[in-house]
Design a protein around this ligand. Structure first.
Ligand code: APR
Length: 334
């Protein structure tokens, strides 16, 4: 996935470059700046002293020294006042300048902290949105793997209303693990017997034709595959392949596999990511998932949250990820 949101200590990230949320002197400080200098060793400071500082919104590059990365890209985020002093534009510039510097130095992977969201006071959820928007925009035009290293859960400050709505929706839909009544067990047992029925038997409920000697006829009407439906939907939506897989946060190689193998079976999160990217309705999503052998399940919080957003026509990956994170689920594109 080109953009991954991970919870980690950025000094542990094994990538080509990590980004430091520095101050204008570039001579170290607290927070992530302090952690990076501590892990890199004194030679990082020595190189920083030759750079002559850095303006807010700009970025400069050094070696990584003792860190498990080749480079450290130092950028200076804005100090947040009240959002009316150009803070957003300066923060966007930090990500953009750092990404360009990474690209100029042939980096294939970069890890960012949430710049300005600590000492500099940028509200974490707004800082996260700026980060995701600028990085996603860059990844629409460039091939790179970018990690957003979220150090603490507070970074996903989900709106109270949204949170309580989703919590209620989950309660309504969620089949908790302990509901295993006798009736439930019998229903499941009955289902197994149905499937165990010999293939040659006549199946009154779901089709008139006996299975036995018409199997060829039935197989000849085999349904459209996942790959075929995906490509058809991309065309119907007037999207290009690249727009679709990048918006789904799927890398080009995986998309090429899906496109070239008509019988390719993706993972469930991948299938769901495409449904979100194509902004499919709930029934279209169910149909696409079914082609891959999946269904949205009411015994799975991840699925219920996805269903919540799709049923409300909200395909904003940022908001969906906020909700998934708040409920300890894996994120789309993570
Ligand atoms: N790994 C990943 N993220 C981290 C780490 C770490 N080891 N340590 C802190 N963070 C997170 C914080 O939780 C915060 O969300 O990095 C984000 C940025 O916080 P700060 O490091 O305080 O950076 P910033 O808000 O941009 O303030 C920069 O702080 O440390 C000084 O010298 C620095 O003056 C500069 C100012």
């Amino acid at each position: 996935m080109p953009l991954r949101i991970v919870r980690n200590d950025i000094t542990k990230m094994k990538v080509d470059a990590i980004v430091n949320a520095a101050n204008k002197t570039l001579l170290g400080g607290g927070g992530v700046d302090g952690a990076i200098h501590k892990a890199a060793g004194m030679r990082l400071l020595a190189e920083c002293m030759t750079l002559g500082g850095c303006d807010t919104g700009k970025a400069k590059i050094t070696k990584g020294y003792k860190l498990p990365c080749r480079y450290v890209i130092h950028t200076v985020g804005p100090v947040y006042v009240d959002g009316t002093h150009g803070e957003k534009e300066l923060l966007e510039s930090c990500y953009r300048e750092s990404l360009m510097l990474a690209k100029e130095n042939a980096c294939e992977s970069v890890a960012f902290p949430l710049i300005s969201s600590g000492v500099y006071g940028y509200p974490k959820d707004q800082a996260l949105k700026v980060a995701i928007d600028v990085i996603s925009d860059f990844l629409l035009k460039n091939d790179m793997t970018v990690y957003l290293v979220v150090f603490d859960r507070a970074a996903f400050n989900i709106g109270e209303k949204l949170f309580s709505d989703i919590a209620e929706y989950i309660d309504d839909k969620y089949v908790s693990d302990h509901i295993d009544s006798r009736v439930e067990r019998m229903r499941r047992a009955e289902g197994n017997r149905t499937f165990a029925r010999p293939l040659a038997a006549k199946c009154e409920e779901c089709c008139a034709a006996p299975f036995g000697d018409d199997l060829d006829a039935i197989l000849s009407e085999i349904d459209e595959s996942f790959s075929q439906m995906l490509l058809r939907k991309i065309d119907e939506k007037g999207m290009t392949d690249a727009e679709c897989y990048k918006k789904a946060n799927i890398d080009r190689k995986l998309f090429s596999k899906i496109r070239s193998d008509v019988n390719y079976k993706p993972s469930k999160p991948t299938a769901i990511a495409f449904a979100i990217s194509l902004e499919l309705t709930l029934s279209e999503t169910a149909e696409l998932l079914k082609k891959a052998g999946f269904a949205l399940s009411h015994s799975n919080k991840f699925d219920i949250i996805i269903e919540y957003f799709i049923s409300r026509g909200n395909y904003n990956v940022f908001e969906i990820n906020e909700a998934l994170f708040a409920f300890d689920q894996c994120l789309l594109g993570a």
